[in-house]
Design a protein around this ligand. Structure first.
Ligand SMILES: Cc1cc2nc3c(=O)[nH]c(=O)nc-3n(C[C@H](O)[C@H](O)[C@H](O)COP(=O)(O)O)c2cc1C
Length: 257
């Protein structure tokens, strides 16, 4: 288990061109079903998509959502604080995302691209298109998508059961992530469409999510292929904060001696 935890990471490269077997899907669902939930409510249902037409459509929605979020400036405004541009910056904060893989023509502009003022550079170099195309391709070429819907009986915003059902879903997601890791598979959130209600609604309709369920998360999944190239604009986020920064002794802020 320690090995799976330490090797788990977001797979943001293409997967092997291999259909996920029914047997492996059953293992994933079985393991996920053993996650804890408040009062054993099991508020989740899973939609596992292998139909190529549906995957293509969701890929297009994800790519378009990425372009839209970037072109209207929301992406940079919301997420600028998470971007790091050097090992030193990463070492200092020990969090966030290190953009360490850019096409060479963009390298001199890295800092300004990933800033609120970077709009002009973004449009000159069509950065949003590069990222949008990469996202569409990554999703559309995935052998499988794994969507999680929460029953609205439990997922009630502003209520404790809503908060608890999200915590329970977190346990499912981590279980899936660890089990996929131990099976030579990988997964990645497809969350940008969730930031644009119309795009999310399109996915809800493709997946046929009924009104009494909330589509809460969509992942791309497949078998990992270590030989594939990294995306055009790529990042690493393996850095983690140290023990003393994360954990306190008896009272918040007290270091362990
Ligand atoms: C709620 C949530 C949403 C996320 N959304 C995305 C996403 O849209 N795309 C993506 O590539 N990773 C997404 N991630 C993954 C994080 O970026 C990633 O877990 C973090 O950078 C640490 O990297 P690691 O998973 O490789 O350890 C998301 C993670 C969480 C928990």
């Amino acid at each position: 288990m320690f090995e799976a935890i330490l090797n788990r990471k977001t797979t943001n490269t293409a997967f092997a061109k291999k259909r996920v077997s029914r047997e492996d899907i059953e293992i994933l669902v079985k393991m996920a079903s053993h996650s804890p939930s408040h009062f054993n409510s099991q508020p989740w249902r899973f939609v596992i998509v292998q139909d190529q037409q549906a995957i293509d459509k969701i890929g297009k929605i994800a790519g378009d959502a990425m372009v839209q979020l970037m072109d209207d400036g929301r992406f940079w405004k919301q997420y600028r604080k998470y971007f790091r541009f050097s090992e030193e910056e990463m070492e200092k904060s020990k969090d966030g995302i290190h953009i360490d893989h850019l096409p060479s023509f963009l390298k001199p502009f890295a800092k300004s691209i990933f800033s609120e003022a970077g709009g002009k550079i973004i449009s000159t170099f069509k950065v949003s298109r590069i990222l949008g195309n990469d996202e569409e391709k990554l999703v559309a070429t995935s052998p499988m998508l794994f969507a999680i819907a929460l029953t609205k009986d439990e997922y009630k915003k502003e209520e404790l059961s809503g908060f608890y059902s999200v915590i329970s879903m977190g346990a499912v997601i981590q279980t899936l992530w660890l089990v996929t890791t131990s099976m030579g598979m990988g997964m990645q959130f497809v969350s940008t469409p969730g930031e644009i209600p119309e795009k999310w609604n399109e996915i809800i309709s493709i997946l046929g999510i009924p009104d009494d369920y909330e589509l809460a998360a969509v992942f791309r999944m497949g078998y990992v292929d270590d030989t594939v190239k990294r995306p055009t604009i790529d990042w690493r986020s393996s850095q983690r904060k140290d023990f003393n920064e994360l954990a306190y002794c008896d009272r918040f802020g007290n270091e362990f001696s």
